[in-house]
Each structure stands twice: as structure tokens, then as C-alpha cells.
Design a protein around this ligand. Structure first.
Ligand code: APR
Ligand code: PHB
Length: 389
């Protein structure tokens, strides 16, 4: 088989890139190691920057999102019983869109299948060959047979645990990582959200977040120890702890109910450089990970896709190689800003095991400065709604 762009990974990055390229008449094949249902079973945040929303519109996959999403003009930041609101729209002219990642991934799958997109599921042992040549190819196994796909270019959209990043020689790669000494215990409950916007809370007991998926599906998180397991936390224990960490104004409004999903996610910051090796280009979680605090994971994958999509169109339709030559430089410039913001928000709102009393005072002062300074709020709002591509 031969294609113009071979995409490894059928998550949001791979599907969005495939859909955008096909709309420009560029042939793609997506290799996905799981089933569609498995991919759609992942529970993930859906806070979308306008850049992501625009890409979904360009891809022709925004109808359901436009109908079902929430528009959030701001968010609440709470510390102890103090709280204040960051008004994204007033400060930047831009809101954020709330639309579950599972739903947008479903929309992308539906669009790919409606247009006859080639997605090969349940592949195994994917290997990239001759990435630095002019004729790269990929081998993989399916139903016990080894198959080969020749491509002009390869997009590594296979996430943090994929093979694309590992296909770049270890002496070429430079990796940067920060592991945070806590996790997020998250639950999904079929209850109305406690507030119409998100509530990020910092308390002496640790971080909490009140979020949502729709008017009767809420998503809540509390910071927890890395040694915790979901089974250590009954629903009642979770709700009681969440109430201790949020402003009392909301505890009476909180509608609790049985959890329909409960999991613990570790927090890490990670970047690999470069994001290109010959004709292999890394996108999304394959190249970088952020702690979820700033809701930047999906949105930073989107900016990678923006840069790579335009670079591939310029090259394959006009023979202009500049975008491909500068892809890694351009993508990383924005990735590092998203890493900084995610690290800043995580450092500001969480309790760290080794924190001194002075450190806690610094957090309180930073929150007080953010609460009282318009420029600080503009800076946070600009980062949260999304820096320009
Ligand atoms: N071969 C084929 N597919 C693979 C392989 C492989 N060797 N390894 C991983 N995959 C698939 C995974 O099954 C997954 O469906 O690649 C896909 C990668 O998807 P994601 O991990 O969701 O990464 P990405 O598409 O970049 O989306 C980033 O997902 O993890 C969140 O916070 C992150 O919201 C962000 C978004
Ligand atoms: C979520 O809704 O899962 C969510 C929202 C905002 C974040 C992280 C997660 O910063």
C-alpha cells in the first residue's frame, strides 16, 4: 500500500490531521492499535481553545460541537473561602468552549468514516523504517500478517506510550521531564454541575476542581497521594473531601451521586526535542505532556496539528518545504509556553509535600496578586484561552 501521509495513532491528533488533509485532497492512512470503542472509552477534559474550535470548523466537524458545547466566559479561582473570577471574555475578547474530548473524537471518527477515510484498527508491532530517506515506510501486523505502507511523510500521533518518539535515535533526542509528587483523583457523576463555570480551588488540604461535561454530567477532581488507589476512596469519602476543599458557598449547592467513573491520573510535564526526524513528525502527546491543571493537553496537540497540516499542504500541493523545515521550531515555541503555564498553574494551586511555611506564603501572595492585579489576570486569561498559533 502507498499513501501521501501515514498517521500513526487514531486519537484526537491523528484523526484531526487526517480529516484536515483529506479535505485538501491529500491521501492519508491512520494506523490505530486499539478498537474505535476502546479509544472512545477514554475519559478526558474538553476545554477547547478557539484555535482548536477553528481547526474543527476547517475540518468540517463542528456541527454537533456548535450545538452541544458550553461557552465559558470565565472561571472561578478559590483559595480557602476567598474566591475571584477571571473574566476571559472581558480581558481577552475570547471565551473557551467546553465540549468533551470523547465527543469530539467521536465526531472525528464519524467524519472520517463518512468520507471513506482509511483507518486500520487493532494493528500491532508498528515499526517506522527509513524515516530520514525520501522513501520512508511503516511495517505493522494485522491478523497475524505483516504488512507494509510506503508514505511520503509519517505523522507520529501515537501518544506518550507510542513508538514514534522512540523511533528518533536516542542520541538525537533531548527529553525534559518533571514528575509532580501527587495525582488527581477524578470522578464522573450523573449530577448537575455545582456551578455554570469551572471552579479551581487551592486549600490547605490540597487542590480540587469542579468541572462538567453537560448539564447532567459533572467531573470533579481532588489532589491525592501517588500511593492512593481509586478503591481507597468511596464515593462518600470523595464528596466529603471535595466539600472540605471548595468554598462553603458551593458546598450546599453540590449535588452528589454515585460515581460512574473513578480514576487517578499522575501529573507530569514532558517535552521531547526535536519533534521531527527526517520525514517523521511528532504531534500531541507523542511529543509532550502537560499536567492537566491548565487544560492544555488537547489544545497543544491542536497547535502541532495546525503547523503540520499547513506545512504538509504547502509541500504536497505547492512544493514549498519551509513549513516542514520549521515545523519543530514553530511547534516547540508554543509547546514550551503551554508547559510554562501548566507548570505555573499547578505550582500555584497544589500543596507540595516538601513545602515550607514560606513556600505556602508565596503561593498565597501569588494568588492575592492575581486576585488584585488586572495585568496578572490578563496574562492568565491570555494563556488559558490560548496563545496565538
Ligand atoms: N500503533 C498504533 N497506534 C498507537 C500506538 C502504536 N504503536 N501507540 C499508541 N497508539 C494509539 C493509542 O491507542 C491512541 O489511540 O495512538 C493514540 C494516541 O492518542 P492520545 O494518547 O489521545 O494522544 P493525542 O491524539 O496526541 O491526543 C492528545 O489526549 O491524552 C490526551 O491529554 C491528552 O488531551 C490530550 C490528547
Ligand atoms: C475536565 O473537565 O476534565 C478538566 C477541566 C479543566 C482542567 C482539567 C480537567 O484544567
Amino acid at each position: 500500500m502507498r499513501t501521501q501521509v501515514l498517521i500513526i495513532g487514531g486519537g484526537p491528533s491523528g484523526l484531526l490531521l487526517s480529516q484536515l488533509l483529506e479535505k485538501q485532497g491529500i491521501d492519508t492512512v491512520v494506523l490505530e492499535r486499539k478498537t474505535r470503542d476502546y479509544v472512545l472509552g477514554r475519559i478526558r477534559a474538553g476545554i477547547l481553545e478557539t484555535g482548536f474550535v477553528e481547526l474543527m470548523r476547517q475540518a468540517g466537524v463542528s456541527d454537533r460541537m456548535d450545538k452541544e458545547c458550553f461557552i465559558h466566559d470565565g472561571t472561578v479561582i478559590a483559595h480557602g473561602d476567598e474566591q475571584f473570577r477571571i473574566d476571559f471574555t472581558a480581558l481577552t475578547g475570547t471565551p473557551v468552549v467546553v465540549y468533551g474530548q470523547t465527543e469530539l473524537t467521536r465526531d472525528l471518527y464519524d467524519a472520517r468514516e463518512a468520507s471513506g477515510g482509511k483507518i486500520i484498527f487493532e494493528v500491532e508491532n508498528v515499526r517506522i523504517h527509513d524515516a530520514t530517506s525520501e522513501r520512508p515506510h511503516v511495517t505493522y501486523e494485522k491478523d497475524g500478517r505483516e504488512l507494509t505502507i510506503h508514505a511520503d511523510y509519517i505523522a507520529g500521533c501515537d501518544g506518550f506510550h507510542g513508538i514514534s518518539r522512540q523511533s528518533i535515535p536516542v542520541d538525537v533526542r533531548r527529553e525534559y521531564e518533571k514528575i509532580y509528587p501527587f495525582g488527581w483523583l477524578g470522578i464522573l457523576s450523573e449530577t448537575p454541575p455545582v456551578h455554570h463555570e469551572l471552579i479551581y480551588s487551592s486549600s490547605d488540604r490540597g487542590f480540587s476542581l469542579c468541572s462538567m461535561r453537560n448539564e447532567n454530567l459533572s467531573r470533579y477532581y481532588i489532589q491525592c497521594s501517588l500511593s492512593d488507589r481509586p478503591s481507597d476512596w468511596s464515593d462518600q469519602l470523595f464528596w466529603d473531601e471535595l466539600k472540605r476543599r471548595m468554598p462553603t458557598e458551593y458546598t450546599d449547592r453540590l449535588v452528589t451521586g454515585p460515581s460512574i467513573e473513578k480514576s487517578i491520573a499522575p501529573l507530569r510535564s514532558f517535552v521531547t526535542e526535536p519533534m521531527r526526524w527526517g520525514r517523521l513528525f511528532l504531534c500531541g502527546d507523542a511529543a509532550h505532556i502537560v499536567p492537566p491543571t491548565g487544560a492544555k493537553g488537547l489544545n497543544t496537540a491542536a497547535s502541532d496539528i495546525h503547523y503540520l497540516y499547513h506545512a504538509l499542504v504547502d509541500m504536497l500541493l505547492d512544493g514549498d518545504a519551509e513549513g516542514l523545515e520549521r515545523y519543530s521550531e514553530r511547534a516547540l515555541a508554543r509547546v514550551w509556553k503551554a508547559e510554562r503555564f501548566s507548570w505555573w498553574m499547578t505550582s500555584l494551586l497544589h500543596r507540595f509535600p516538601d513545602q515550607s511555611e514560606f513556600d505556602i506564603k508565596m503561593q498565597a501572595a501569588e494568588l492575592a496578586f492575581l486576585q488584585g492585579n488586572d495585568h496578572a489576570q490578563i496574562s492568565m486569561a491570555q494563556n488559558y484561552v490560548g496563545l496565538p498559533y
